[in-house]
Design a protein around this ligand. Structure first.
Ligand SMILES: O=C(O)CCC(=O)C(=O)O
Length: 275
């Protein structure tokens, strides 16, 4: 799958892109089945009572079937077009969200570095917890950022609810749709249920220079499973590594190796499988 110049310009300008109906209903069925298996058997899903968010990191790594999303030509096409075809897989979370998520970005990088692929597994409308974005907020010099306004305090500061901030976009989705956004882009969700299912695949640029490698290391420090309290012995599970094609390994190699440098005490050294 290729992105058009217009799609790339849209992403560059606004910091997000939507892909309605990217996956078929048959694909959605197994994706949901595997997601539920992962959050129940590897995470705390069975104890989710809706009083707080239940999260697991990683998610796709715990299922050989979900791991194949990293081999999918649609995902590869989107990721390669935005980040280059040597992009790194930077782990991802699986969630039963409960209630609102306030406005926040996932990073503040001076240039495009990391993106999030968000899979929402329920139909979500603007008043039932769909993802919202502040278009253009991925740019550090945008007013969304330079104003230094706390958009979550909009009621006190501006007399409007955070969901009513002018210019924010509610990205209503159905299962099978994919939403992609720059880590820098401010996002939120309001009005959702106490069991809003969603998982992410985070991807970032391959580090080549010393400066870029330092950025990759910083990413691993803050976004890897260990950073979220999930000690799986490295950046990835054995499942995602042992079932990897040579093409998938390209996207795992750098973070697999750098994890040992960033978190030496939480890395069980293991080689990558040989093709
Ligand atoms: O759907 C949501 O509640 C927000 C998702 C989010 O904040 C994230 O993935 O970083």
């Amino acid at each position: 799958m290729q992105l058009s110049d217009k799609q790339l310009s849209f992403f560059d300008t606004f910091g997000y892109l939507g892909f309605p109906k990217l996956f078929t209903s048959q694909e959605v069925s197994w994706i949901i089945e595997e997601f539920e298996m992962v959050i129940h058997t590897c995470g705390n899903g069975k104890n989710h009572d809706g009083s707080a968010r239940t999260m697991i990191v990683p998610t796709i790594d715990h299922s050989s079937k979900l791991s194949t999303l990293l081999d999918d030509s649609r995902i590869l096409g989107i990721a390669s077009a935005i980040l280059g075809d040597d992009f790194n897989y930077g782990s991802g979370d699986g969630n039963y969200y409960s209630g609102d998520t306030g406005w926040h970005p996932d990073g503040g990088y001076p240039e495009l570095f990391a993106i999030k692929l968000a899979f929402y597994l329920d139909s979500l409308k603007s008043d039932t917890g769909c993802l919202r974005v502040l278009p253009g907020s991925h740019r550090l010099d945008s007013y969304w950022r330079t104003s230094n306004l706390d958009w979550n305090q909009s009621q006190d500061l501006l007399g409007i609810l955070p969901a009513e901030i002018p210019g924010n976009v509610a990205l209503e989705t159905n299962p099978g749709d994919l939403v992609v956004f720059d880590h820098n882009t401010f996002h939120s969700a309001f009005g959702g249920s106490s069991r809003r299912r969603m998982f992410t695949i985070n991807l970032h640029k391959h580090g080549k220079t010393e400066e870029e490698l330092a950025r990759v290391d910083g990413y691993i420090k803050h976004h890897c499973p260990v950073a979220h309290g999930f000690k799986i012995g490295g950046m990835y599970t054995d499942i995602i590594l042992d079932t990897a094609t040579p093409e998938r390994l390209r996207h795992l190699e750098q973070c697999h190796e750098r994890h040992a440098l960033v978190h030496p005490n939480d890395t069980i050294i293991r080689p990558l499988p040989t093709p």
